[in-house]
Design a protein around this ligand. Structure first.
Ligand code: HEC
Length: 186
């Protein structure tokens, strides 16, 4: 004689999901679906909505200068990977004198000779650095580090205050060599 057994999981799947999917249970207004989850709110999205566009859209309040940035660079241990004065260490140099040879795709690409937009520096540092603890810097610290790297690369004067207004106006040397594939989509 064999005993016929129904697994508890089968019972949950059969009755649990069927019940949840009924229109009467549509408390989130999501339609006749399992009704799992909640609509995302603007507050939920805010901490993730940190993309800075090339023209500076979305840059937060705050500011910093190269002088302050030089200190933050050491205090936050950036120098341990990027070397003293950001001249390179176990990880890439952020301050360089290298030129790109026109037509040579193997030239060493650095922030100074390659990056198209200064605003990318703010976005990148804020979201990704320091490598072992991303998203731990304040906006003022990120502005100061951005100023430090720009000034070290001689792209701004030492004493320029970098903020949401001044940063988009810093012109990167390689700016015009990027081709926007779908300009109408920007
Ligand atoms: C533990 C090592 C480490 C530390 C500390 C660190 N970085 Fe980095 N950084 C990296 C690595 C690795 C990369 C390259 C990442 C890649 O290419 O994906 C990088 C890349 C960068 C770049 C882009 C360079 C380029 O040419 O593409 C910037 C800018 C930068 N770091 C800034 C900083 C700043 C500012 C700090 C301090 C707040 C910092 N980093 C701390 C490891 C580190």
């Amino acid at each position: 004689m064999s005993t016929y057994r129904i697994s508890p999981l089968a019972i949950i799947l059969t009755f649990g999901l069927a019940g949840a999917a009924s229109a009467a249970d549509d408390k989130n207004g999501l339609g006749a679906r399992p009704g799992l989850g909640l609509p995302i709110t603007n507050e939920d999205i805010k901490p993730w909505d940190i993309t800075i566009l090339p023209d500076g859209t979305n840059l937060p309040p705050g500011s910093g200068t190269a002088n302050v940035g030089a200190k933050v660079f050491v205090d936050k241990g950036c120098n341990q990977c990027h070397g003293e004065g950001a001249k390179g260490g176990s990880n890439p140099a952020l301050i360089t004198d290298e030129k790109m040879t026109p037509g040579d795709i193997f030239s060493n690409k650095t922030i100074k000779n390659f990056w198209a937009n200064a605003t990318t520096l703010f976005d990148y540092i804020r979201r990704a650095m320091p490598w072992q603890a991303p998203r731990t810097l304040t906006d003022d610290e990120v502005y100061a580090l951005t100023a430090y790297i720009l000034a070290g690369n001689k792209l701004i004067e030492e004493n320029v205050l970098i903020d949401a207004k001044s940063l988009p106006n810093v012109k990167m040397p390689n700016r015009e060599n990027f081709i926007i594939r779908f300009p109408e989509k920007i």
